[in-house]
Write a protein that binds this ligand. Structure first.
Ligand code: 5AD
Length: 376
């Protein structure tokens, strides 16, 4: 597609599968820059100039599954396993609250045992209490990312988190190519995750009042551009409130080394094209620029914002365990202290022209439209 044709397609409000495929296929520097700019401008028009921060706390890397792409899969015996103490988690959350981020995001390897469920419940109660003490009357926003759980567990956590206005869950579909999904999620004993179970978990979260986030990895070996178009359509049919997407990066602790990964420049372009195409198709969602993008290229999250993202999840996990949460090789930020986030904040504001939205929950317009909540 040349620049002139691109210009005429970008003038539209809704896009066909062919349009989306054309966006994803762009390689010409000028055309790509034009697409990314359009996504950035539409983000501004729909969401204003605020960039929302969520303090990301990686609370544990124990996992009972063997997702092939992931460096903290159960079968990776090289991984140093850890679980933060409740105090460490609450202090990390306090750091985020004091920085004015308004929300924290808790993530871990997947566990479904009662001990873990109760541990998370206890920590959520403490974070809620702490954030009220720190001056947020309703408690800070909380985003959970603990994989597929039962309805009962999701409900227990919702109650413990305390603030239903800013209760969120991230559960990526990873890919909507079912054959690929099954390959990624089968270990020694066969299938560990199924597509219907993933959809059901997302529906349950939605029913319980969570703001629901999903997403995919971009550039997985065996994934086509048509698959990415289908991913976007799946986000639409799930009526997602939030999206998080990043490049697939090979992990030596995973089980896909032989499958390789895309070449760096092409992967960066494809990732930005996918973020922008998704932004054009789903203008009201909150979309996060992933750490994986920062790992692919320094300043990657900034490039994500310049391609249509409006959420950043800076890592506020204590230094002592950061290097162990190695989902993929060379994960960015494993050596930095939480205070390096101040530099990230300044860099982001300077380069993207956005302003960090502080002391707000920063819920997506999509959620506010469907829930009738007017305030951020
Ligand atoms: N490359 C990129 N992203 C990865 N994730 C896990 N492993 C990788 C990898 N090798 C992402 C998955 C998961 C999220 C927590 O991290 O999409 O949902």
């Amino acid at each position: 597609m040349n620049l002139q044709t691109l210009e005429s397609v970008l003038a539209k409000d809704t896009f066909t599968d062919e349009d989306l495929l054309a966006f994803l296929s762009l390689t010409d520097t000028e055309c790509c820059a034009r697409l990314w700019r359009e996504a950035y401008d539409r983000t501004t028009r729909v969401h204003g100039n605020a960039l929302w921060f969520r303090g990301l706390i990686e609370i544990s890397n124990y996992c009972i599954y063997d997702c092939r792409y992931c460096g903290i899969r159960k079968g990776n015996h090289q991984a140093q396993r850890y679980t933060l103490t409740p105090d460490e988690i609450v202090e990390a959350a306090r750091y985020a609250v004091r920085a004015g981020y308004g929300s924290v995001a808790l993530q871990a390897g997947e566990r479904t045992d009662e001990k873990f469920i109760a541990f998370v419940e206890d920590v959520l109660r403490r974070i809620h209490r702490m954030s009220i003490e720190e001056g947020i009357p309703e408690g800070c926003g909380v985003t959970l990312s603990f994989g597929e759980q039962t309805e009962e567990t999701y409900e227990r956590w919702a109650q413990a988190a305390g603030n239903r206005k800013a209760l969120r869950y991230l559960l990526r579909i990873e890919t909507s190519n079912l054959e690929l999904f099954n390959y990624l999620h089968s270990g020694k004993g066969g299938a560990q995750k199924t597509w219907p179970a993933r959809l059901e978990a997302l529906a349950t979260l939605r029913k319980l009042g969570y703001q629901v986030g999903t997403g995919v990895m971009i550039g997985i070996p065996g994934q086509s551009l048509e698959d990415l178009v289908r991913d976007i359509r799946t986000f639409e049919s799930l009526d997602a409130d939030m999206l998080g997407m990043g490049p697939y990066l090979v992990s030596h602790g995973g089980d896909m080394v032989a499958d390789g990964m895309m070449q760096k420049d092409a992967l960066l372009t494809l990732t930005r094209n996918m973020l922008s195409a998704t932004r054009l198709a789903l203008p009201t969602v909150n979309m996060a620029a992933a750490t994986a993008l920062e790992t692919l290229v320094t300043g990657g999250r900034t490039l994500g914002v310049l391609s249509g993202c409006n959420v950043i999840m800076p890592n506020v996990t204590p230094q002592r365990t950061r290097a162990s949460y190695q989902l993929y090789d060379n994960k960015q930020g494993t050596e930095s202290e939480p205070d390096s986030n101040v530099m990230l904040e300044q860099e982001l504001e300077a380069v993207t022209g956005r302003v960090i939205g502080r002391h707000r929950f920063g819920s997506s317009l999509h959620f506010r439209n469907r829930s009738g909540l007017l305030a951020h």
